[in-house]
Ligand binder design. Structure first.
Ligand code: G3P
Ligand code: MG
Length: 240
């Protein structure tokens, strides 16, 4: 797969500078020199892909309830910035389309983390592929699509997704590598605490890059690179 990763991927934008997973967070990451951004995407009740990390609106907006139970007309009225700082009041939850448009204007590479609810995995996969066809500019790095959920990744394969995919795992079992291999993944994204030299090496033998999240100190990052990690996700995209 022709994909060159940067050493550092901006996790949810630059979440110490601007509300995570919003358009200002993309601007902030870009200002800090990020080359790539990671973000989370899920579907609203009426199947609009939106950028938000939690299953519920509670932490990062002035709304409450599940994203999957809220329609887009309601969701777009919410304020996704004031919880972070009044300077960002009335910042909206972006749609995937708005986010990709902005990322490509800024020349940022993207790691799209899929979080479709059960039963909607294929719908989300279809929309991601079709929006990437529209917004991915060939002069930008190839987008990488990842998920903790195998059920989210399988439809990408079934739809012959032309973009590389990655399997995220929070706790390691050797079967994670088998899953990533069967799905022909480009990379495995591991909780930094689960990373050992032996695991990274074995991943490499299976043609899998290892990425680590969420790494917020340079000392920690250097150690992980020594273990053979290809890239890290960080809340501080200028950390290195
Ligand atoms: O994709 C790496 C990392 O973002 C996974 O964790 O919970 O921040 O989406 P989370
Ligand atoms: Mg994520």
């Amino acid at each position: 797969m022709d994909l060159t990763l940067p050493k550092i991927i901006a996790h949810r934008g630059a979440p110490h500078e601007a509300p995570e997973n919003t358009l200002p967070a993309l601007d902030a990451a870009n200002k800090l020199g990020a080359k790539w951004v990671e973000f989370d995407v899920m579907l609203t009740l009426d199947d609009v892909p939106v950028i938000i990390h939690d299953k519920t609106l509670n932490r990062t907006t002035n709304g409450i309830g599940r994203v999957s139970k809220t329609d887009y007309a309601t969701l777009k009225m919410l304020d996704a910035g004031s919880w972070f700082s009044l300077e960002f009041s009335n910042t909206k939850i972006p749609t995937l389309e708005q986010y990709l448009d902005k990322a490509q204007q800024l020349g940022l590479g993207v790691n799209i983390e899929m979080k479709a609810q059960a039963g909607k995995e294929e719908k989300l996969a279809e929309q991601i592929i079709s929006l990437l066809e529209k917004y991915w500019n060939q002069s930008l790095p190839t987008p990488l699509i990842s998920s903790f959920s195998v059920e989210n990744l399988i439809p990408l394969k079934n739809l012959a997704c032309p973009y590389p995919i990655a399997y995220n795992t929070d706790s390691w079992h050797d079967c994670c590598r088998d899953i990533a291999t069967v799905l022909n993944c480009f990379s495995i994204h591991m909780n930094k605490q689960q990373i050992t030299k032996a695991r990274v090496l074995e991943n490499k033998k299976h043609n899998l890059h290892t990425l680590a999240y969420t790494v917020n100190s340079k000392t920690e990052a250097d150690k992980l690179f020594e273990l053979g990690v290809s890239a890290i996700f960080s809340d501080f995209p200028n950390m290195l």
